[in-house]
Design a protein around this ligand. Structure first.
Ligand code: BMA
Length: 916
């Protein structure tokens, strides 16, 4: 059975027949689907309550809601919600505890090794049964299953990322029983490996991950078998909507809207591609009406659609005299979308209507020679403007996708734009994200670098595997290509470099075979489909890759980490992250990072007192990266004193805090280095145009590279990102005793600022000296030095301070007022600092409407001031900062209503000096 059925839930609006019976109170049927569809799409009024006589178009009967679930032996029976999975069902019913609690990822391995059966009895209204064709539409089945209706097998599934449809016209009755019998993904993958003629490495993840083997043999979230930041929960279930659709004459399976700009003719068109299932035996003449009210488009044309499943294309020319508000990335302009309505009308009475928003923007990947540097540039132009991509890497927001609700997505994506980011890379080891995810990114101006879901492994290319990948890619391209937010398709995560550097120690007589597999999968198959189906945005074969150079080298560059080409990933835990000399100067840094621990309140929820030490079994267990905890402490010890509080719990909490200080400071320095390199070529390297640190979010409560903890709490790094990614930023470094400050601007016009440079002694709140520069020009879209002074000179003119007893604080002035936030430059490691005092900060909290003002009064200069309101959800205007003013205000924006009292009770203030 094929999978190319039914409409895309992204765009489609369902109309129900007048007089169609209302749904039973506890079943979600057509009417609710209509409402939910509108909500999810954020569609305009049009789709609400407008009952069009749509005789013949699809009727929808949702099968979401409660299902019966049982294991293979029927020893466990329960009801569970769909969309959902067996783990969340078991925990909702109290059969198991929170899967994330302590060591439960290991304790509950039996769940994924067992096999589960989902079943549901339902009555199908005669209005549906009376239609010509009835299909079962599964938007997402996780993963290997056999589906039967009324005891007859209707089809099988083996790909979590595909959409499956099955013709059930002849099988439905008034009363029905649908049963979906899952196989253990773990066992299935193992069987596939056993039946494969040669190994496809890596066989298993490192022991420290407590994971499962052979994930590369199954089309399921690759991280679900475990990752270096995540647990192994290869669940089973119906993870997306499941429904029955019935229709006469014709049915819209998919529809996409892609605006295209013809530079030569200066002409925008919108290409509307639809996939229909036409039931008539003769070609079907259809009238197509396309309306874009705001652009005065009202077009009608006749179209003939051939019987069967066919792709048709309608091109809408936008009037040349229309002024179009383009879609811009966050920080560059607005994200205007235009309402577009399409109607396909057959014989006046069969009407399929679809409404969406279209966004106009162009995207180009620029790879061209650079003066003074070998190699090629690698950057993106949006609407003709070069854009420095600032952001991070997105991983699945939960091991169980049914936990990723609207609220969670809203908090995470809002946090992205609040941290001055304009982009995210949806990393290839997770899932193609939900429609809502991309819709929100469209609306927020978050550019998405979209990997196909292959990561850190070699993959088989047998017929069955390529067939299922083809269906997956076709489905995902059709589902996603209307989104302006997606600006790059990328074949996989790190699989080119895995071959180039022989990560898996493949014997040399096998390497040709793996190279052939690589080319077959990513170049012939995936790239082939992308070029055919969506050539409106760039495709790169892997991340990292050398771009055009990779192509020249036969799609497998000798060194995909070459700084002269494409993007790179760079991790270095051993060297001192304060030393900018350790960093590469690439064209584009798409991954780099350091781990930290989440805050204590996040850990608290999944642990007990005996877990609360850095060397506990729990702390070891949650660390999935070999030697990760040691690497963090080594990095901490380069610059900070070991926490030495005599209270063991306090010491643990201080250690967690220090890992966050270390991570924030390391990634700040590395990102600032990349931004300084935006318009510079140094030693033949530079023109860096992207900094996406690893990683934005967490899948559970554990140490990782994330800047946002599981639950949405910002780590110190996320507050730092807000500043180091800000459109106008400063950054400092030293080179052979010379102290430099750079100015960076992503703004579209030149600006002028003064720079104030102060020196403070650690033991005093009165600056020992200050210098304010003349007005400095910050040219649009550039970076460069704005201040230079030798350190001995600086210290000499500032009351003979020394490196150990003082710190440099600097900030911009605009029209003589402080602009943005201050930045700082440490003149020595803080473990050597002299005169650092316990600041004894006092805090007053007041409320101004929905915002809370935290007024801090300090007795001395304090680095890394950390305000923690534990589990009260929200974010501060600034945090983790260097406090050098006696009094300062910080604002708290709660995600949910709270009170001054609750905030007071929860508040903990930590500064560096409090840890020893
Ligand atoms: C990169 C990523 C992930 C991984 C991260 C940290 O290589 O692509 O696979 O989680 O490093 O090790």
């Amino acid at each position: 059975m094929g999978m190319h059925g039914a409409i895309s839930s992204l765009h489609h609006v369902f109309h129900i027949l007048p007089g169609f019976p209302l749904p039973a109170p506890n079943s979600r049927t057509s009417l609710q689907i209509l409402v939910r569809g509108c909500f999810l799409l954020g569609l305009v009024q049009l789709s609400f309550g407008t009952f069009i006589a749509s005789y013949g178009t699809a009727q929808v009967f949702s099968l979401n809601g409660l299902w019966d679930i049982r294991n293979a032996e029927s020893s466990i029976k329960l009801e569970g919600h769909v969309p959902g999975c067996v783990h969340t069902a078991l925990s909702a019913r109290g059969v198991i505890k929170d899967p994330y609690y302590r060591f439960n990822d290991v304790a509950y391995k039996w769940i994924a090794h067992d096999e589960w059966i989902y079943s549901k009895a339902f009555k199908l209204p005669p209005e549906i049964r009376g239609l010509q064709k009835i299909i079962l539409v599964c938007e997402g089945i996780d993963t290997v299953s056999a589906i039967s209706l009324n005891s007859i097998l209707v089809g099988k599934t083996d790909n979590m990322f595909s959409r499956y449809t099955f013709d059930i016209s002849k099988l439905v009755a008034e009363e029905n029983l649908i049963e979906i019998k899952f196989e253990s993904a773990v066992r299935w993958a193992k069987d596939k490996r056993t039946n494969h003629s040669y190994p496809i490495p890596p066989a298993c993840p490192p022991d420290v991950q407590n994971g499962e083997c052979h994930v590369n043999f199954i089309r399921k979230a690759q991280c679900s078998f475990s990752w270096d930041w995540g647990p192994s929960f290869p669940s089973q279930g119906i993870w997306k909507d499941i429904k029955i659709e019935a229709y006469n004459v014709f049915h819209l399976d998919y529809i996409s809207y892609v605006p295209v700009f013809d530079k030569n003719a200066s002409q925008w068109t919108v290409v509307i591609e639809s996939v229909f299932d036409v039931l008539t035996s003769n070609p079907l003449p259809v009238l197509v009406e396309t309306i874009i009210p705001a652009l005065q488009i009202n077009q009608s044309l006749e179209l003939t659609i051939n019987p069967g499943r066919k792709v048709t294309e309608v091109i809408v020319k936008i009037h040349q005299n229309s002024t179009i508000d383009l879609w811009w990335p966050n920080g560059y302009g607005s994200q205007t979308g235009y309402e577009l309505i399409v109607r396909f009308i057959y014989e006046k009475q069969y009407i399929i209507e679809n409404a969406t928003k279209v966004y106009f923007r162009t995207v180009e990947l620029v790879e061209e020679p650079i003066d003074g540097s070998l190699g090629l540039s690698f950057y993106l132009k949006i609407n003709g403007i070069p854009i420095f991509l600032k952001g991070s890497n997105w991983i699945p927001a939960d091991s169980f996708q049914d936990n990723v609700n609207s609220n969670k997505l809203q908090i995470l994506l809002q946090s992205v734009v609040e941290a001055s980011m304009n982009s995210l890379r949806v990393w290839g080891g997770g899932v193609y994200e939900s429609d809502e995810f991309y819709r929100r990114c469209d609306e927020l101006g978050i550019m998405i670098w979209q990997d196909f879901m292959f990561a850190c492994a070699l993959y088989p290319t047998d017929g069955w595997f390529l067939d299922t990948v083809r269906e997956e890619v076709i489905h995902q391209l059709r589902r996603l290509k209307s989104h302006p937010s997606i600006i790059v398709w990328s074949g996989n995560n790190e699989n080119e470099v895995a071959i180039a550097q022989n990560w898996f120690a493949v014997p040399s007589n096998m390497s040709d075979l793996y190279v052939k597999d690589y080319l077959t999968l990513y170049i012939k198959t995936i790239r082939g489909l992308v070029l055919e189906m969506d050539d409106t945005r760039p495709f790169i074969s892997s991340s990292p890759t050398n771009g055009k150079e990779t192509v020249l080298e036969g799609w497998l560059a000798k060194n995909p980490y070459d700084q002269h080409y494409g993007d790179i990933h760079y991790y270095n835990y051993a060297s001192d992250c304060w030393d900018w000399r350790i960093y590469p100067r690439p064209r584009f840094a798409s991954e780099y990072g350091f781990q930290s621990w989440p805050s204590f309140s996040t850990i608290y929820a999944v642990s007990v007192p005996e877990d609360w030490s850095y060397k506990s079994n729990f702390s070891l267990h949650r660390q999935h990266h070999n030697f990760g905890n040691e690497q963090m402490m080594n990095q901490v010890e380069f610059h900070y004193k070991k926490p030495s509080n005599s209270d063991a719990l306090q010491q643990f909490q201080d250690t967690l805090y220090l890992t966050q200080v270390m991570q924030a400071q390391c990634i700040k320095l590395q990102t600032e280095f990349y931004r300084r390199s935006m318009t510079e070529i140094v030693g033949g390297l530079g023109h860096t145009m992207g900094a996406l640190y690893w990683q934005l979010n967490d899948i559970w409560q554990a140490p990782s590279w994330s800047s946002i903890e599981y639950g949405g709490k910002w780590k110190m790094l996320h507050y730092y990102a807000k500043n180091f990614f800000s459109p106008v930023a400063t950054s400092s470094y030293e080179d052979r005793e010379i102290f430099y400050i750079y100015g960076v601007s992503d703004l579209q016009e030149d600006n002028h600022f003064k720079l104030a440079v102060r020196v403070y002694k650690w033991d005093s709140l009165v600056p020992v000296c200050e210098r304010v520069t003349e007005e400095l020009r910050f040219p649009a879209g550039s970076s460069g030095p704005i201040y230079k002074e030798s350190v001995p000179e600086l210290l000499g003119r500032c009351a003979n301070t020394t490196r150990l007893d003082s710190v440099v604080v600097f900030y911009l002035l605009h029209k003589d007022l402080p602009y943005g936030v201050q930045n700082w430059h440490f003149l020595s490691s803080l473990k050597d600092a002299k005169g650092l005092l316990k600041p004894n900060i006092t805090v007053w909290i007041t409320q101004e409407n929905s915002v809370y003002v935290f007024t801090l009064v300090t007795c001395s200069v304090a680095p890394f001031v950390w305000l923690d309101v534990c589990d009260i959800p929200g974010r501060f205007s600034n945090n983790g900062f260097l406090l050098a003013e006696e009094q300062t205000n910080v604002y708290f924006y709660p995600w949910r209503p709270t009170t001054v009292e609750d905030l007071k009770k929860s508040l903990r203030v930590t500064t560096l000096r409090d840890t020893y």
